[in-house]
Design a protein around this ligand. Structure first.
Ligand SMILES: [Zn+2]
Length: 443
């Protein structure tokens, strides 16, 4: 509970205290979206002919279009024929690992309606730089909840963004130092020993921080769930041996544990699909590659080339595995295991912002309804972050992070890509503003 309260305060602080646009006397203080169809992700219904009033960074009023009066001087956005959803969250991404990544990635999220991200591993120095930029200016960047460095075993998988901990004492010290530096949660990784993992959980609990990430090889997913790890990423090696179409009973038992313990699963289907279909030549021609720092682009392409050299049996085994992973996501959804949408943006062929829409489509392919997929990026992140009172719905009192769509996303999930405008902490970004953040057809 301590962790939850700390996080809510943090979210409120980020949305109220640090948004300079709310303090700027010349900025319009009120925005009205008139006669729009609300996509009510809580009830799972459409509410046509509604008007939404935003003052400063918050939604202050929502009601039938005929009954709401616009505050004097409000900027009016015509919502007729359009659909309004809460701002989207990418719950697994990597943007805070270099100054260049931070500067190039963060606007791309907002350009595609992603107004919040959970950063699953980077560096505390860039988290500090992010917070500093938000305090000093008003960059069009999403809200970020970040882990800082990942805590891994003595030989970390991702050495450049990890703290290597050989034992329990150094694990405790790592958590304490991340907590002192202002990390929002703790990310654990595969090579941690069991004693170090236990020490991380204990230290994080004392510091009021949630623990999320991979399940160490030494620990079973059931143990991780019972120990209070809040989210498990990528399905991966630790879940999949227990959960396949050939082991549906064991999978049902594990799913029941996840459901009972509220252990969130973040499938990152896009990454798994890219691993299975790395030979798809479309990956190498993706126009979004041009928006990336050159060095990163080259790294992704080289990674793909290396896989191509491994031959067709390798590709076939990855594809069979992906079919199981799709089955698993559908299974978890039917078993009411809580799910979050995440892309792993920053790893090969997972693009900041636009890939969240790819992930939503893949979740629907795996068996979720469009509503369930949309919830995984709106309502579910709010629940996960224990911040339902400030985000995840279009309702009075909520932070004004909103996305105005041309079409109904409950009929066709691809409609989340068709963005007319984004409200970011109450600031209006119309289509032309979004095109400046991610120029269409840019070369
Ligand atoms: Zn990741």
């Amino acid at each position: 509970m301590v962790a939850r309260r700390a996080l809510v305060i943090l979210l409120l602080g980020a949305s109220m205290g640090c948004d300079p646009s709310a303090r700027r006397a010349t900025a319009p203080t009120a925005v009205v979206i008139r006669d729009v169809t609300l996509v009510d992700v809580v009830a799972g219904t459409l509410r046509p002919h509604m008007t939404v009033v935003v003052v400063g960074t918050r939604i202050t009023d929502v009601g039938p279009a005929t009954g709401i009066r616009a505050p004097r001087g409000a900027r009016v956005i015509e919502g007729s024929g359009r659909f309004l959803i809460p701002g989207l969250w990418d719950m697994h991404s990597h943007s805070l690992w270099s100054a260049e990544a931070m500067q190039s990635f963060l606007p791309l999220y907002v350009a595609h309606g992603v107004t919040g991200i959970r950063d699953m591993g980077g560096r505390m120095s860039f988290l500090a730089a992010y917070r500093d930029s938000l305090r000093r200016g008003d960059p069009p960047w999403p809200r970020v909840i970040a882990a800082g460095e990942v805590i891994d075993g003595p030989e970390p998988v991702q050495a450049d963004i990890s703290i290597a901990v050989p034992d329990a004492a150094s694990a405790t010290a790592a958590v304490d130092s991340l907590a002192r530096g202002g990390a929002d949660f703790i990310k654990v990784y595969t090579m941690l020993s069991r004693e170090a993992y236990d020490a991380v959980l204990a230290a994080a609990s004392r510091a009021g921080l949630a623990v999320a990430g991979h399940v160490p090889a030494d620990v079973t997913p059931e143990e991780a769930a019972r120990a209070g790890q809040r989210s498990i990423e990528h399905l991966r090696d630790e879940i999949e041996p227990f959960c396949s179409p050939r082991a549906a009973e064991a999978c049902a038992r594990l799913a029941e544990t996840f459901r009972a313990e509220r252990t969130w699963q973040v499938p990152t289907l896009l990454v798994l699909r890219n691993k299975a279909f790395f030979d798809d030549s479309a990956l190498a021609r993706d126009p979004r590659l041009r928006r990336l720092p050159a060095e990163l682009r080259e790294e992704w392409l080289a990674e793909r080339e290396a896989k191509l050299r491994r031959g067709s049996a390798y590709a076939a085994s990855k594809r069979a595995r992906y079919a199981d992973e799709q089955w698993l996501v559908g299974f978890l959804a039917r078993a009411q295991v809580p799910l979050l949408a995440g892309t792993d943006a920053g790893v090969a062929f997972s693009f900041p912002g636009s890939s969240l829409h790819d992930e939503l489509a893949l979740l629907v392919d795996a068996g979720l309804t469009p509503l369930e997929a949309l919830r995984a990026a709106t309502l579910a992140p709010a629940e996960y972050l224990a911040a339902r009172d400030s985000m995840g719905a279009v309702a009075p009192g909520q932070v004004a992070d909103l996305v105005l769509l041309r079409n109904d996303p409950l009929t066709r999930i691809g409609a989340t890509r068709e963005i007319e405008a984004v409200l970011l902490r109450g600031r209006v970004l119309e289509r032309r503003d979004l095109d400046l953040l991610d120029p269409p057809g840019a070369t």
